[in-house]
Design a protein around this ligand. Structure first.
Ligand SMILES: Cc1ncc(COP(=O)(O)O)c(C=O)c1O
Length: 397
């Protein structure tokens, strides 16, 4: 069969292939410790579920406006205005079936073939996939491992910029490193954006998944709200990954085009679940708080146990539900210089299933350190303890 040529440029989220491998290993009676996929085993808060069920019973089962129901757009605009310190109205909000659709729709709206896009690598793999699929030129920027956190290599990022650079993807509170930009980093990036007349996709999927303090949005810096589209999602804060609900939030001319893309793609997002989201944003806040406290306990246990493994060094991010430990010495001690061989041996000898740096965009020239990524959103404390103890025995053995 002859498929369209553009399909050759479409990437994927290879973490799903790791899931399939882990499932196949589990299907033969083996115990699997699922650290690979950023899905959640925590239920959606009951008030959110009840509001969605009620809406369904009340007949909210037909099409709804392609930009989302007005009340949800209003309350989301109010919430994002308050948490980001920028004034948005419902005109700035277009509801999406998840956070992910904002990536492709942002690029479809602003990218011409041959335009260059700066994006993080390691980073969420869909950026690279969609940039290349839509004819853009990928310009990855890297993170450096510091004492306390990963930081963006701003000098290397600046060196990537040419007159063809048009867009920047910023995932502050980052998957996979868990990094949060410092105010200096944000200011330096805002200078770059203004100097080179860039538009920005602010992927804020983890804005509310933080354990201390408050998140700061890049859009709050002077001149940025006019140039940024926020990727918002209900998936993580409300443990709603499978519901598929999110939003694109930004300047009206861009948001209007994204709404038009909705008409062409899915017509509208699922109608009755939008009532669940309204309840999430306006009702009892104890559900998201509980989710955070569960995740925080898991983070603390994972970091402690990972750092007890010889040859592994794991930073302790204050946000996201990911860890990105440096496993270079552990791999060397076990005689591995290949990510996939290490990951598969770990799975088959211990049942511990993880992703590696390879699942987060093509590695960049000059990378000398090896990293794996663990998600602790889908695994309970006893399994974390058992799995990471097996991991230690594997490295020590
Ligand atoms: C950085 C980042 N952006 C976007 C998404 C997409 O989230 P959603 O489930 O809302 O589509 C994810 C999901 O893991 C993510 O890690």
């Amino acid at each position: 069969m002859k498929l369209a040529e553009r399909i050759a440029h479409l990437g994927t989220e290879t973490a799903f292939a790791v899931s399939a491998e882990a499932a196949a290993f589990g299907a033969t009676g083996n115990k699997v410790y699922p650290f690979h996929l950023g899905d959640m085993n925590i239920p959606t808060p009951a008030n959110v579920m009840e509001a969605a069920v009620k809406a369904m019973k009340d007949g909210k089962t037909g099409y709804c406006p392609n930009a989302g129901i007005p009340r949800l757009r209003e309350v989301l605009a109010a919430e994002v205005s308050a948490s980001r310190g920028v004034r948005y109205t419902m005109e700035n909000v277009v509801i999406q079936p998840g956070g992910k659709p904002t990536i492709g729709k942002f690029l479809l709206t602003l990218l011409n073939p041959g335009d260059e896009v700066l994006y993080p690598s390691p980073g969420y793999p869909i950026y690279e996939s969609q940039i290349e699929f839509l004819g853009g030129i990928p310009k990855p920027y890297r993170y450096l491992e510091g004492e306390r956190t990963f930081t963006i290599d701003l000098d290397a990022l600046r060196r990537q910029i040419t007159p063809a650079t048009r867009l920047l993807v910023l995932n502050d509170l980052q998957n996979p490193t868990g990094a949060e930009c410092s105010s200096e980093e944000r200011e330096a990036l805002a200078d770059i954006v203004l100097k080179h007349d860039l538009y920005v996709l602010c992927d804020e999927a983890y804005f509310d998944i933080r354990y201390d303090g408050h998140s700061t949005s890049f859009v709050s810096l002077p001149g940025m709200a006019e140039r940024c589209v926020i990727l918002y999602t209900f998936s993580k804060k409300f443990a709603m990954t499978g519901w598929r609900l999110g939003a694109s939030i930004g300047p009206k001319p861009i948001v209007d085009v994204i709404a038009k893309l909705n008409v062409n793609d899915e017509s509208c997002s699922n109608h009755f679940i939008q009532y669940g989201a309204i309840e999430g944003l306006t009702g009892d806040p104890s559900g998201p708080r509980r989710i955070l406290s569960i995740l925080k306990e898991r983070r603390d246990l994972c970091v402690e146990l990972l750092n007890a493994i010889p040859g592994i060094h794991c930073l302790r991010p204050n946000a996201t539900f990911y860890l990105f430990p440096n496993v270079t010495r552990a791999m060397q001690a076990k005689g591995f210089d290949d990510y996939e061989a290490f990951r598969r041996a770990l799975l088959h000898e211990t049942g511990v299933s993880v992703c590696s740096r390879l699942h987060f965009g093509r590695p960049l020239a000059g990378e000398t350190q090896f990293y794996i990524r663990l998600a602790y959103s889908g695994i309970d404390l006893p399994e974390i303890r058992e799995g990471l103890t097996r991991f230690r025995q594997f490295v020590e053995g």
